[in-house]
Design a binder for this molecule. Structure first.
Ligand SMILES: Nc1ncnc2c1ncn2[C@@H]1O[C@H](COP(=O)(O)OP(=O)(O)OP(=O)(O)O)[C@@H](O)[C@H]1O
Length: 590
């Protein structure tokens, strides 16, 4: 709760910093609206007492004041609402949401994109961040409403202190309301996974890539059924929680209504016995009638301010996670590798899985060499390169770069000296030149560097066929040219070839979408490139492949099996050993 209040104060300060005039104006409007309802009640009492005293001028003047107080109150509140919505949208959408998205994009690791418990929070944050700025303003409104409530209660107490008991009854709906809201928050978190699943299935069926396969395989109706099922599960979970919440609210209001009725009966009795004037009766009835609205408004504002708490846990998590995830050493990688990269007893288990994806892997990737990583599906090859590129940190053991723990190297600087083309490469819907150039952002507009990278990936023919060459927009959703799978893969290869002096060059199944001759051709090119990089920076080139025949030219081959390094050596050594590599190589070239 304290953390939440601190966050609300922080958000108000942000509003003040970005929009000082609107922020000050909104606070002033809220405060100015506070005395209007009590003024209305007092003016009505004077009007009635004026009539009883047979003083029509005083009665008329008081009635006019009552009307003005009523109108001004309505006007100020509606103005405050408009201003609050505008600030909420502007700062919530333009600033807070952008800030959250930037923070997510800057996270060093991949956990938040792959682990479901973290994905749930990311889903909540991305979908509803804009609501966050409404919470502090609802808190301000709640304070003003509470002040109005206080003034109204003071007026009631002036008639008879017994009416103050209504306060206890007024507090009941607050507690009941909060109880109901908690069940909604729980349901939202519980059903986040079902929501994500239905959205994933919907995207699967409505994007060209997935849609093609679904139509051919005839699995469309099954996907639609599963989507409906996930949707039903998510919606019905939330619907049930809303019903529960409504019942809690009803119970609270029933209690309040009982107390309110008793208060009114007491008041009528006192007036009948002549212990209060007719004006007092009108004042008390007016206050008692508006009290219900005042309490409702206060509850409403408190409820809205509290509903921001749903976002606070993920937001505070993001802050903590970003701070922890992006805390690595600050050492700069060497200009060039002398010894190379050493793995010592490295192990990694994906959170939520029982079996290590990598276990006790120890090897040395000598500076200036080409290292091939081979193994069957799921043997841990990609996990190994993800550890080398610092996308994950090893749970056990250490990775050293020229004797320095990889963890001690500044991630950004290590990445600046790393190039990687992954198996699940990105398809960036931007201009072709940019989609290659972002492989080294400092050269994104450098046509010579881009041309070299395109040449290295043997992607010149793709550019030649594009209507506007490097300036061609890619991606059908943006009226651009759509590339084939193999062309996208070559583009990813070109992107990975942008850096001129990497220390680590990773090709994780870089040619899976290409035919065998193209793969062979590209592999030969990258061997030449690896030698050039090796001469320049002592770079280690790591090539992951299923096709054993393509990696025979590597200096060193690591054979992984079920997360363990079962063999290593040159192609000839491994063949001579007659072990797993020799068996698998025999099958692959047979
Ligand atoms: N994000 C993840 N979350 C949980 N488990 C994962 C994740 N990624 C991989 N794994 C598991 O870790 C193990 C190793 O996976 P990895 O992708 O490293 O294998 P691989 O050898 O690269 O496979 P492939 O040849 O199919 O690309 C597999 O059992 C896989 O199921």
């Amino acid at each position: 709760m304290i953390r939440y209040l601190r966050l609300l104060a922080e958000l108000l300060a942000l509003n003040w910093r970005l929009r000082p005039l609107a922020t000050a104006g909104l606070v002033a409007l809220c405060l100015a609206a506070v005395p209007t309802t009590p003024a209305l009640a007092l003016a009505l009492r004077e009007a009635v007492d004026g009539i009883v005293r047979r003083d029509p001028r005083a009665a008329a003047a008081s009635a006019a004041v009552a009307a003005i107080a009523y109108a001004v109150g309505l006007y100020l509140r509606s103005l405050a609402y408009t201003l609050e919505t505008m600030l909420g949208d502007r700062i919530g959408t333009l600033h807070i949401r952008r800030h959250i998205e930037e923070q997510l994009a800057r996270l060093d690791g991949l956990d938040h994109l792959e682990r479901t418990d973290l994905l749930d929070r990311v889903t909540v944050l991305r979908g509803t961040a804009w609501r966050l700025n409404h919470a502090p303003w609802q808190a301000v409104v709640a304070v003003c409403d509470a002040l109005r409530l206080g003034l109204l209660l003071a007026l009631l107490a002036a008639v008879t202190p017994w009416l103050l008991l209504l306060l206890g009854f007024a507090a009941a709906p607050l507690w009941f309301d909060q109880r109901g809201r908690r069940s909604i928050v729980d349901a939202e978190i519980d059903t986040a996974e079902a929501f994500r699943l239905q959205r994933h299935l919907f995207n699967l069926a409505t994007t060209a890539a997935g849609g093609k396969e679904l139509r051919v395989s005839g699995a469309g109706p099954e996907i639609a059924r599963r989507q409906r099922q996930a949707w039903d599960a998510a919606v019905s979970g939330r619907f049930r929680a809303r019903i529960r919440s409504a019942l809690w609210t009803l119970a609270g209001w029933t209690l309040f209504t009982g107390g309110f009725t008793a208060g009114l009966l007491l008041l009528i009795d006192r007036t009948a016995r002549g212990e209060a004037s007719a004006g007092d009766l009108v004042l008390a009835v007016t206050v008692a009638m508006t009290l219900r609205n005042a309490i409702q408004d206060t509850l409403f504002a408190v409820g809205h301010a509290m509903s921001g708490r749903t976002l606070v846990e993920p937001l505070l998590w993001l802050r903590g996670y970003a701070a922890a995830a992006n805390t690595t050493g600050g050492r700069t990688p060497p200009d060039s590798l002398r010894a190379g990269i050493t793995l010592d007893g490295v192990g990694y288990t994906y959170p939520g899985t029982g079996r290590p994806a990598l276990d006790e892997v120890s090897c040395h990737l000598a500076a200036g060499t080409v290292v091939a990583v081979v193994g069957e599906y799921g043997s841990g090859k990609t996990t190994l390169v993800k550890l080398l590129t610092k996308l994950y940190r090893p749970d056990r053991g250490r990775i050293e770069v020229d004797g320095v723990d990889l963890d001690d190297l500044a991630t950004v600087e290590w990445r600046a000296r790393t190039s990687a083309a992954f198996q699940d490469f990105g398809r960036f819907h931007i201009r072709f030149g940019e989609t290659v150039g972002i492989g080294d952002l400092s050269h994104v507009d450098d046509p010579d560097r881009i041309a070299d990278a395109v040449q290295a990936a043997d992607a010149r023919t793709i550019v030649d066929r594009l209507p506007e060459g490097l300036d061609t927009q890619l991606g059908r959703p943006f009226d651009g040219v759509e590339l084939s799978e193999g062309q996208w893969q070559r583009t990813a290869l070109a992107r990975a070839s942008m850096r001129a002096d990497p220390l680590l060059f990773v090709l994780d199944e870089p040619t899976a979408s290409l035919d065998a001759p193209s793969e062979h051709h590209i592999f030969q090119r990258y061997l030449v490139r690896a030698r050039k990089l090796a001469a320049r920076t002592g770079a280690v080139t790591v090539i992951v492949s299923h096709r054993f025949s393509t990696v025979t030219g590597a200096d060193h081959i690591l054979v992984l099996h079920k997360g363990r390094l079962v063999e290593q050596g040159t192609h000839d050594e491994l063949l001579a050993a007659g072990g797993r590599y020799a068996d698998l190589y025999g099958v692959s070239v047979a």
